[in-house]
Unconditional design. Sequence first.
Length: 75
Amino acid sequence: MKKWILVLLVSFMITAGSASAQCSICTKTAGQLGEKPAQGLNSGIIYLMLAPFTIVGYIGFRWWRAEKLNNADIS
């Protein structure tokens, strides 16, 4: 099971660099800024996106671990 989590984490890290995380308004704004500021805008959007996903992932992991321990006690 740990191998799948590691593979999933690595695949997200590899694709995060090439992700284009912009809404239509941000795309128009980034097009007017130039290439370097647009890349900074993309990086900022991805950075801000990671915080909620990290929090939800941590809560999910704690819940999964608690359920796993509860099921081990029952068996």
